[in-house]
Design a protein around this ligand. Structure first.
Ligand SMILES: NC(=O)c1ccc[n+]([C@@H]2O[C@H](COP(=O)([O-])OP(=O)(O)OC[C@H]3O[C@@H](n4cnc5c(N)ncnc54)[C@H](OP(=O)(O)O)[C@@H]3O)[C@@H](O)[C@H]2O)c1
Length: 319
């Protein structure tokens, strides 16, 4: 495999930091974008070049893309107060980056989209502003398919070390409880390093095809398996509390409103509550496995144990 000069966006975030680390470990030359406000703790000690770039602005793209042959666009907004906040970054920002990349002579552009861009099982299409913005981002990036190779990855729910979104699940379980919606459809998550590994394959294999490629573990799970996995990972009994769907969604709305008032991250928000209780998010990953010789290696029970270990090691969870 030839050594790539890769630009990774979103490398200060949960997924992007794992992506950047793995590209470095795989021997490639890595440049990461960050903002003046970014928390760079996950990049410390990593041999990467840093450039400033904000997806909401069109500036600094020339400097970011100079000498780059591969872009892995991970940056995105997953939680925002207004619809336009999602679109500015996930759609317009992605399109603008793709246009600049094509003009700068980039040969491959890997877009980390989301299963939310496909929408839940049943073929309804996206059901949230987040999903719509990710779908629009895909369409805008695909406009440049004739000028560079475009690969679109659509991960399902990602979890693992450094994730703040699912940390409350572990935190509550460590106190003995798992609150989940009653009668909800199966889950098909994916461990973060499996997604990172796929971005390297997507950036380097010959003629990958555009996709979109669903990204998840092959296994599907119910909440009882999540509860058992958490109990094993935390070494304690975890009791499941199943809330009626409407109550679960109401809890999401209340948590989101409370967090907005206090300026903190909500334990649950409305979109996640609706996504988890009303919709199934399963997918067939065969095309992804075939195109990249990739398969998710970390099954849920192991992934939960690895994640809990990490939360303990860094002191987020009590040892
Ligand atoms: N987590 C999941 O379950 C999941 C599932 C499917 C797809 N995805 C996709 O994976 C990507 C990463 O998600 P994540 O969970 O790792 O989120 P995250 O931890 O919130 O990271 C988001 C990253 O995007 C950057 N970013 C946000 N707004 C930006 C802007 N205006 N300009 C430049 N950079 C910006 C952030 O930079 P700062 O550090 O400066 O804020 C951060 O590095 C997203 O595109 C998301 O849609 C995530």
């Amino acid at each position: 495999m030839s050594r790539r000069r890769v630009l990774i966006t979103g490398a200060t975030g949960f997924l992007g930091s794992h992506v950047a680390a793995l590209w470095v470990k795989s021997g490639h030359r890595v440049r990461c974008t960050l903002r003046s406000t970014s928390d760079t703790r996950w990049l410390e000690g990593l041999d990467v070049e840093r450039v400033e770039w904000d997806a909401r602005e069109g500036e600094r793209l020339d400097a970011a893309l100079r000498g780059i042959d591969t872009v892995v666009h991970v940056a995105g907004v997953t939680r925002a107060p207004r619809r336009e906040d999602y679109f500015r970054v996930n759609a317009t920002g992605a399109g603008r980056l793709a246009e600049a990349a094509a003009s700068a002579g980039v040969s491959r552009f890997v877009l980390v989209s989301s299963l939310a861009a496909r929408g839940p099982d049943g073929g309804t299409g996206p059901v949230s502003a987040y999903g719509e913005s990710k779908r629009r981002g895909e369409d805008l990036v695909r406009l440049f398919e004739s000028r560079m190779e475009v690969v679109i990855l659509r991960p399902g729910g990602i979890y693992g070390p450094r994730d703040t979104d699912l940390f409350p699940l572990f935190d509550t379980a460590s106190k003995g409880w798992l609150v989940a919606p009653a009668g909800s459809p199966p889950l098909q998550p994916v461990y973060v390093t499996d997604v990172a590994r796929l971005t390297v394959a997507a950036g380097t294999v010959t003629q990958p095809g555009v996709g979109p490629y669903p990204v998840a573990e092959p296994g599907r799970y119910g909440w009882s398996e999540v509860r058992e996995g958490l109990a094993a990972a935390l070494g304690r009994r975890v009791r499941g509390v199943r809330l009626p769907k409407a109550i679960f969604i109401l809890a999401g709305i209340i948590a989101e409103a409370g967090a907005r008032l206090t300026g903190t991250d909500p334990v649950l928000d409305r979109r996640n509550a609706v996504d988890l209780s009303r919709h199934g998010w399963t997918c067939d990953t065969t095309p992804t496995c075939d195109a990249f010789g990739w398969e998710a290696e970390v099954a849920l029970r192991d992934g939960l144990a690895l994640t809990a270990d990490w939360y303990r090691r860094v002191g987020w969870l009590k040892a």
